[in-house]
Design a protein around this ligand. Structure first.
Ligand SMILES: CSCC[C@H](NC=O)C(=O)N[C@@H](CC(C)C)C(=O)N[C@@H](Cc1ccccc1)C(=O)O
Length: 655
């Protein structure tokens, strides 16, 4: 029976975010994190729980409130986890602080501090369960005047990183003694570490070229003699690594940059002896990672690929769904767990691959923990059930249409729930551009739909979930992607009967860029909300964490090479055409798309007399809508609703 309460902005309160399903290698326990959103404490209160696979019994391992990321040991007896601690330097600047702790699965509660670190990028147990390979960020910014000689200066979610190197270590878990693995590099950012099953080697993927940090080299470190040698160079992508069960081969998650940052992530087989590389998933022509958008996720430390005796497991984004796949060298990739119109969000497999723990979500179900065994899927938790019972959630409907160049474009409409009067509708544009809308749970969409707005969300060209060619809009931002979106608008008006005069457009990041672009090219929409967006590619280039290489790759220009193109593709260039009332939302620590992007648009609209408002969220970053402080998230949603309600009048008979 659906509940009667309206799902408003503050319905975030009490929602439990289930994440990090980590099965012990022997398949006896599944450890996971449950984080409760609390408006009272303005935080995510996270604890670590476990389910006994055989009995289904649930155990609280760490009651929190800031514990997450359990990583079980190979012998299945212990686990390490992260405890967030508040740290400040002498001047009171906030510093990220993590305690890496060790606990026993037989004695819930008790835990022992291993190390106090600034973050954890990657962890991998030694097969004897006595040591950990770790990639840890080292080096803090100057407390007062920042004296900077490197790039990037800052990084979204991390702050000033100009002195940070991400270095590989071996940690003895019982003594806490940390030993640095020397790779002989001056500047390095390790992205992953993987200890081989025979215990002899640690594979490390690392960026060593400060000006091209997207280029990754793979090293193999010999644990016995302490020597490291390069086995592959100049790879790209996520850089995650997994050893074959016989410790002879490596699986590498990434690509060779065939289509720059528009390339699909692929599972590549790397022979560390010969340096030979073979693509195992190219025939799929789908991205071998999960890129579906959702705003109900919590920190997870699970690997994105895992090699068991049954093969290499990984997720695939496909037409809004996320499917668990497996591939064996020399064979074609095969789906293992296709959830239908749903998303397998994260997974882990037992050593023999017979047990798979995963989280699953649908557009109307926030994430819960599931178990897959013997071809059967079983739900193990019900953390979100009571929350769900309070509200009425509408079901989205999928549509597709043939774009003017013949391609098929997919989208969904989420109407208001039964009994809620339709006020208007919103075209909501996703970020990336290489992410996808689909079957992920979007709390924000339900807030809009409960307020009477049908949400229209479309995967235009540039999106993920389709072929690599579909995702590749390099040098052509604002062209085919814009046409797909406006053709979708035409479709929902003509075919689905959405009212022409009560439409708004909104989006974040690339979706914020596109919102700015849309209002500079049409006055169709009554209101716009642009969030964490881009208005000027020239200033974007040099002010952000990834700007200097992402802009060149995607826009094909720099401020001094083909700058005319950067400017031609900048929404600010068309500011004199904008008539749409526009709410601009930005965070003052957004180092992905810096605040100058919002300020320039705001100033232009103000001077031109277009109705506008700028909301700056202090202490928040690019991820405000997904992991910002709960009260800020509520405030943000309220601002959006107020703007829509003001500019989309409920004039029902206008069309
Ligand atoms: C180093 S290449 C990856 C860039 C990245 N793409 C991921 O989707 C990205 O941050 N893109 C921005 C726009 C870009 C700065 C022009 C973006 O649109 N981000 C999206 C996607 C995203 C989703 C979840 C977490 C991070 C990014 C957004 O913020 O919604």
């Amino acid at each position: 029976m659906p509940g009667a309460e309206k799902l408003g902005p503050d319905s975030l309160d009490g929602l439990v975010l289930v994440s990090n399903p980590a099965v012990t290698p022997d398949g006896r326990y599944i450890l996971y994190t449950a984080a409760r959103v609390s408006l009272a404490t303005d935080s995510y209160e996270s604890s670590i729980l476990a389910v006994k696979v055989d009995s289904g019994e649930q155990i609280v391992l760490q009651s929190g409130p800031r514990d997450s990321c359990p990583v079980p040991s190979p012998d299945g007896r212990r686990y390490v986890f992260a405890r967030k601690v508040e740290q400040r330097d002498r001047r009171g600047n906030k510093l990220p602080g993590i305690e890496l702790r060790l606990a026993s699965l037989d004695a819930p509660g008790a835990s022992q501090l291993i190390a106090r670190v600034e973050g954890i990028v990657s962890l991998s147990w030694s097969p004897d369960s006595r040591r950990l390979a770790a990639a840890l960020p080292m080096g803090r910014p100057d407390e007062d005047v920042k004296e900077i000689e490197t790039l990037p200066v800052w990084f979204n979610g991390k702050g000033f990183v100009y002195k940070t190197r991400i270095e590989p270590f071996i940690i003895d878990v019982d003594s806490g003694i940390m030993e640095r693995i020397e790779l002989g590099l001056n500047w390095l950012q390790v992205s992953d570490v993987a200890w081989s099953p025979d215990g002899k080697k640690i594979a490390i993927s690392v960026a060593a070229d400060m000006l091209r940090p997207y280029l990754l080299d793979v090293y193999v470190y010999d644990v016995e003699n302490g020597e490291a040698h390069v086995v592959a160079q100049g790879l790209r992508g996520y850089g995650e690594l997994a050893w074959s069960p016989d410790s002879k081969l490596l699986a590498y998650l990434g690509h060779r940059g065939e289509r720059g940052f528009s390339s699909h992530q692929k599972i590549m087989l790397l022979n560390p002896e010969t340096g030979g590389l073979e693509c195992l998933t190219c025939s799929l022509d789908r991205n071998a990672v999960n890129t579906v958008n959702s705003d109900v996720r919590f920190r997870s430390c699970l690997k994105k690929l895992q090699w068991t005796i049954r093969g290499i497991y990984f997720l695939v984004s496909d037409s809004g769904r996320v499917i668990l796949y497996r591939v064996q060298p020399g064979m074609e990739p095969e789906p293992v767990l296709d959830p239908g119109e749903a998303v397998v969000d994260e997974f882990s497999a037992s050593r023999d691959g017979s047990i798979i723990a995963y989280t699953l979500m649908t557009p109307v179900d926030p994430k819960e923990l599931y178990l897959y065994r013997g071809m059967e899927a079983r739900r193990l938790t019900r953390h979100t059930e009571a929350w769900k019972r309070r509200y009425k959630l509408a079901q989205p409907r999928r549509f597709s249409f043939r774009a003017s160049d013949g391609a098929t474009v997919e989208g969904w409409v989420l109407p208001p729930p039964e009994g809620v009067e339709q006020r208007g509708w919103v075209l909501y544009i996703h970020g990336g551009p290489k992410t996808m809308w689909g079957y992920g749970f979007m709390h924000e969409f339900h807030v809009l739909s409960n307020a009477g707005y049908t949400v229209v969300y479309v995967n235009p060209r540039g999106s993920d979930g389709y072929s690599e060619d579909f995702a590749d809009i390099r040098c052509r931002y604002g062209e085919r992607d814009y046409m797909d979106l406006m053709e979708a608008v035409d479709y929902v008006v003509k075919q689905l009967g959405l009212p022409k005069s009560r439409a708004a457009v909104m989006g974040g990041s690339y979706g914020g860029f596109m919102t700015n672009w849309v209002i500079g090219h049409t006055s169709f929409f009554r209101a716009a909300v642009t969030m964490r967006g881009i208005s000027n590619w020239i200033s974007m280039y040099g002010t952000t964490d990834i700007g200097w290489y992402f802009v060149e790759d995607q826009l094909c220009c720099t401020p001094w090479r083909r700058s005319d193109l950067c400017w031609e593709k900048s929404p600010l260039r068309y500011a004199d055409r904008i008539e749409t009332p526009t709410l601009i939302i930005h965070s003052n620590e957004d180092y992905r798309c810096w605040l100058d992007q919002a300020l320039q648009l705001y100033t232009a609209l103000k001077l031109r007399g277009v109705e506008t408002k700028l909301a700056i969220f202090p202490g928040e970053n690019h991820d405000l809508s997904r992991s910002g402080k709960p009260r800020h998230r509520v405030k943000r949603l309220q601002l959006i609703l107020d703007w829509l309600n003001k500019h989309i009048p409920g004039a029902r008979n206008e069309d």
